[in-house]
Ligand binder design. Structure first.
Ligand SMILES: [Zn+2]
Ligand SMILES: [Zn+2]
Length: 143
């Protein structure tokens, strides 16, 4: 079922809108995600790039090659620094939204966790979720 998701950064300068299927979401425990989020892990939600648009404000992006070998660009608000989404030339049809600050994060359904070899002891996710030592798929690589 297609839904409309909106999100704004912490300061309100950037807003986006997504009208499409909400894809699976994964926890990523990699060190880059820890640094980029300032938290124990990232939760990335897979969405279609074509149905996503910035409705207000300008973004900045920081590009780095992850441990997966994929080049990832993490997009954020240049005013307040809120992380918004990640893109990768390896997966041009998808973006990976940061789940935590969706206006309605309750729509997110996490399906697995990746890079658990890098997990910190104080970041325990439900053992019921499939866990991968490294990345498992497109979504797992996209902090
Ligand atoms: Zn902002
Ligand atoms: Zn990651």
């Amino acid at each position: 079922m297609a839904v409309v998701l909106t999100r704004g950064c912490l300061c309100g300068a950037v807003r986006y809108e997504y009208a499409g299927e909400v894809g699976p979401a994964s926890y990523c425990h990699c060190a880059d995600c820890r640094r980029a989020t300032g938290s124990a892990f990232n939760v990335g939600v897979k969405v279609s790039a074509r149905q996503f648009r910035i409705t207000q404000g300008d973004l900045k992006g920081f590009t780095k090659t992850g441990d997966s070998g994929n080049e990832l660009t993490r997009h954020f608000c240049p005013e307040c620094g809120s992380p918004l989404f990640t893109s990768s030339p390896r997966h041009p049809d998808f973006y990976f939204l940061k789940a935590g600050c969706l206006d309605d994060p309750g729509v997110v359904r996490t399906t697995h966790q990746s890079w658990v070899a890098s997990r910190v002891d104080w970041a325990v996710i439900s053992p019921d979720l499939p866990a991968f030592i490294r990345s498992s798929s497109a979504i797992a690589e996209t902090g």
